[in-house]
Design a protein around this ligand. Structure first.
Ligand SMILES: *Cc1c(COP(=O)(O)O)cnc(C)c1O
Length: 424
């Protein structure tokens, strides 16, 4: 990206940005003096859309005024509330509406998907995970391995970066699956890695996994709403995600799940079942035998937590209005701008851990300061005290994500300037 280091360049980018007005749809946290923070933490918890309050309030009113009748007679009847999300979610992850459902939370959904798609046998007991997987994913996988009577030490196969490198090479993932595939039951990798921001090639991995006879699924916590996804075409068996990061649905919001169409009507698939996954037509006749709904809905267990789901109704229309291609185009420019500023001004003090290829990353840049971890932490704390919000990941990584829905080029410029000042 051809950039100038002057602030006026950032101002010019913001003036020319057709998406700049989307920021008005969000509440931005303020500093003690009332000015808006430079919030670069949308990869961890997205900002609150301004319409969330009224949408949640409508459900509270509905409950107060209609009580049980709200299931059927509310402005948005609770009975099939989850169906409202499917079209927008399908667009975001590149799936058919039948293939997606909003339910539970991320790690719970991962367990439900592994219950179906990790069915180890003596010959094929392994599950391929990433060496630096998010703790919750690792715990979930290890406990599933134990649930089936295997030992995580031997059954969890790990792929990591080569020595001296930060990112996992796609060629290494594919080679490992080719080599060990006959023993691998399931491949479970991230869409975008949470720590270094690396984007994985889902299609190549899914195709290789299937050639080897494995099931394959992805954790899209840091990918949904961040990078374009084509889950259906990738052929992945399943995927899971949360809606409180780039999707801005608030802390602990309802999560999401994808099950490929080819499994939609396979009622023989083993699953952990509950009444909400049962056929809608007969659910309230309380039949003895479980008859799953076709598609991802058939993996629902409980009725939807409406208050944890309603905020998604405020957020999804913003993505539909902006369009992911436009958001992605802005994101590539904005993250590229941040990278250019850091490289031009702070190359001596900051290492960028995230891949330089825009296709191999999303919004986020992960930074390592060329200081001891405790010195680096002081720099991070000073930035936070000055109202520059990113996050710190042990042992020494600072993550910042310019989010195209609400961040500005001037904020990116100000962050780079503040980091430079703090380092000096
Ligand atoms: C954010 C995140 C989680 C969080 O899991 P919850 O079940 O929503 O608490 C899990 N895995 C990954 C990779 C994440 O990025």
């Amino acid at each position: 990206m051809n950039v100038s280091l002057e602030r006026s360049f950032a101002e010019q980018q913001d003036r020319a940005d057709a998406l700049a007005k989307m920021r008005d749809a969000f509440r931005v946290p303020t500093r003690a003096d009332g000015t808006e923070q430079v919030y670069l933490c949308g990869h961890s918890l997205g900002l609150q859309p301004k319409t969330v309050g009224s949408i949640v309030q409508e459900e509270l009113e509905s409950w107060a005024r209609r009580a049980v009748d709200g299931h059927f007679e509310s402005q948005r009847p609770w009975l099939n509330y989850h169906e409202r999300f499917a079209p927008s979610l399908a667009r975001l992850v590149g799936a058919q509406p039948l293939e997606v459902v909003a339910m539970n939370t991320l790690t719970v959904n991962l367990h439900l998907m592994l219950a179906t798609f990790y069915r180890p046998t003596r010959e094929r007991s392994k599950i391929l995970v990433e060496k630096h997987a998010f703790s919750s994913d690792r715990y979930a996988v290890a406990s599933q391995v134990r649930l089936h009577g295997f030992d995580p030490q031997t059954a969890m196969l790990e792929i990591g970066p080569r020595a001296g490198e930060e990112a996992v090479r796609t060629e290494d993932v594919l080679a490992l699956i080719e080599r060990e595939g006959a023993q691998i039951a399931t491949v479970m990798l991230p869409g975008v890695q949470y720590l270094n921001g690396q984007r994985f090639d889902l299609r190549a991995i899914a195709e290789q996994a299937h050639r080897a006879g494995c099931r394959v699924g992805f954790d899209l916590a840091h990918a949904i709403g961040n990078v374009p996804l084509a889950l259906h075409d990738s052929g992945a068996d399943f995927a899971v995600w949360c809606h409180y990061k780039y999707l801005n649905a608030g802390p602990g919001a309802i999560g999401g799940c994808f099950v490929h169409e080819r499994h939609a009507r396979d009622s023989d698939l083993v699953r952990l079942a509950g009444w909400w996954g049962h056929d809608k037509a007969s659910r309230f006749q309380m039949p003895h035998d479980f008859q799953p709904l076709p598609g991802a809905e058939g993996w629902q267990i409980s009725n939807l937590p409406i208050l944890a789901a309603a905020p998604l109704l405020a957020s999804l229309p913003l993505f539909d209005a902006a369009g992911l291609p436009a958001l992605r185009a802005k994101s590539i420019r904005m993250t590229g701008y941040l990278e250019s500023l850091l490289r031009a001004q702070l190359a001596d003090s900051v290492t960028i851990l995230t891949p330089a290829d825009p296709e191999a990353r999303g919004c986020q840049l992960s930074l390592r300061l060329k200081r001891t971890p405790s010195e680096a932490h002081k720099v991070f704390d000073a930035l936070a005290a000055a109202g520059f919000t990113g996050d710190w990941r042990e042992p020494d990584v600072i993550r910042v994500a310019p989010v195209p829905l609400y961040n500005t080029f001037v904020e990116v410029w100000e962050f780079a300037a503040a980091l430079g000042r703090t380092l000096r």
